[in-house]
Design a protein around this ligand. Structure first.
Ligand code: SF4
Ligand code: SF4
Length: 90
């Protein structure tokens, strides 16, 4: 049985150009500028996931103009079954 996980995103620091489009489309507001005041190889202060609250909607992925910069992890079907109705996945 697949292990239960929450949806989440990862932003690849060196691919992010800090355009903020992902922030604009994220309804729960769970993406922010990195708080370490750090800059990537391209000179941008990349963005990060706050660590909780992502719904896995994918809006940030589609809004991001940089290929590969955002990775969205959704629940698997088996995980949805466990989370949604408590039944064991088939
Ligand atoms: S997948 Fe949706 S909720 Fe999660 S960070 Fe992206 S826009 Fe926000
Ligand atoms: S949309 Fe992409 S490039 Fe722009 S800030 Fe978000 S992750 Fe970075």
């Amino acid at each position: 049985m697949a292990e239960y996980t929450q949806p989440r995103v990862e932003i690849v620091p060196n691919l992010c150009k800090a355009c903020q489009r992902c922030v604009d489309v994220c309804k729960p507001g769970v993406i922010e500028t990195n708080l370490e005041n750090a800059f990537n190889e391209l000179g941008y202060q990349w963005l990060v996931y706050k660590g909780e609250g992502c719904t896995g909607c994918g809006a940030c992925f589609y809004a991001c103009p940089e290929p590969g910069a955002i990775i969205v992890f959704k629940r698997t079907k088996a995980e949805e079954d466990v989370a949604g109705n408590g039944k064991a996945p088939k």
